[in-house]
Design a protein around this ligand. Structure first.
Ligand code: HBI
Length: 358
């Protein structure tokens, strides 16, 4: 292995197998980082819960009980691990096999991998995939940054700030997607899109109400995470023009997304990034988003979309009326400049070399 090509071990989220959609955006992040680094010649191995399905990347499946979703717990919930936890088993494997790798990149939003960092011989990078949710995780993130500066990566500055850490000691990498999987569309149908896990923190009800008010049909795509929440939306807005298209493959998703006048992003929480925003831009679809979280760093106001007062449905409706001011080609151009796998791979690889050489 020549000096600038690395043997990398990427350790996945313990909440669900890769490809199941349970891991949401971090699944796409891990897979795209693996893909772009492999294209650049690095040797990639992925550790993930059994049942993970990944094409053209070497995956080692680890058994064990899945981890509870961090965002379903309270800030002061103690760290808990199920018996025979897949998180513990993945990191036990990593400890035993660490001499075969130059670096580990952790994608779990969990306390254990951060705590284990000083006990490993090789360096561990941590990709933090959400905003702050837990006091125990905040503390171990701060402690790890103090001990190992620059080994913690975030998508955005906004996301990192929720951890109350000083700016110079961490890296913001944004995100990236395979642009060739998304076809530009210049002339959309009379419809809007909403993408994401169907769960309360994503506030789908606001987009449904905006569709009802404007009368523009809303195409909904994503993992059905909270069925009762979905039922409640349908009970509250029985006559809203909405259609749920399911949890689709990237190709199926972009076939519907590209034909929409805009993507509505209505997060109640601080979205670390909002991969769906760059998927929309890649199709030439403007993004209308609450001015909250990482997505506020993606949308170029008046050029590639509109940022709206958080939780204001009227704001969404006002922005929908101004969509004719957005040139859809500018949306695609922004994706090509900032969010291609090449641009993102360059940022990630720079981070790896900075840490390896430090
Ligand atoms: N919760 N405990 C835990 N661990 C994770 O890795 C995790 C999570 N909740 C959500 C999640 N990962 C991903 O869906 C987000 O990071 C995108």
């Amino acid at each position: 292995m020549s000096s600038n090509l690395l043997k990398l071990l990427l350790i996945s989220t313990p909440v669900g197998p890769l490809g199941s959609g349970i891991g949401g955006g971090v699944e796409l992040t891990l897979l795209n980082i693996a893909k772009t680094l492999q294209q650049r010649g690095h040797k990639i191995t992925v550790l993930a819960p059994e049942g993970s399905v990944v094409e053209s990347i070497n995956v080692i499946e680890i058994s064990g009980n899945l981890q509870i979703m961090a965002q379903s717990q309270d800030r002061d919930t103690p760290i808990i691990l199920p018996p025979d936890s897949v998180l513990e088993n993945m990191w036990d494997y990593a400890r035993k096999m660490q001499n075969n790798y130059d670096l580990i990149i952790n994608f779990a939003y969990d306390w254990l991998p951060l705590y284990l960092t000083p006990f490993f011989k090789i360096k561990i990078l941590h990709w933090i995939s959400m905003g702050s949710f837990s006091d125990a995780l905040d503390l171990i993130v701060q402690k790890t940054i103090e001990q190992f500066p620059n080994t913690i990566g975030f998508y955005t500055k906004t996301q990192a700030e929720t951890f109350n850490i000083i700016p110079q000691n961490f890296t913001c990498l944004q995100s990236g997607i395979s642009l060739e999987q998304y076809q530009f569309c210049a002339t959309p149908k009379h419809q809007l899109a909403w993408l994401g896990r169907i769960a309360p923190e994503k506030a789908l009800e606001d987009a449904v109400l905006a569709a009802k008010i404007t009368g523009i049909p809303l195409k909904i795509m994503g993992k059905m995470q909270d069925e009762s929440y979905w039922q409640k939306i349908n009970q509250d807005y029985p006559d809203a023009p909405i259609e749920y298209l399911g949890f689709l493959s990237t190709n199926e998703l972009q076939k519907h997304l590209r034909e929409c006048q805009a993507l509505l992003m209505t997060p109640r929480w601080v979205e670390a990034f909002g991969n769906v925003a760059i998927e929309a831009l890649a199709c030439g679809v403007p993004v209308i988003a609450y001015r909250r979280g990482g997505t506020a760093e993606i949308v170029r106001e008046g050029e590639t979309g509109w940022l709206v007062e958080p939780d204001s449905v009227e704001g969404l409706v006002e922005a929908i009326k101004k969509l004719d001011k957005i040139d859809r080609l500018w949306c695609r151009k922004q994706a090509e400049t900032e969010y291609s796998l090449e641009a993102w791979g360059h940022r990630v690889e720079k981070w790896l070399f900075e840490v390896i050489q430090s």
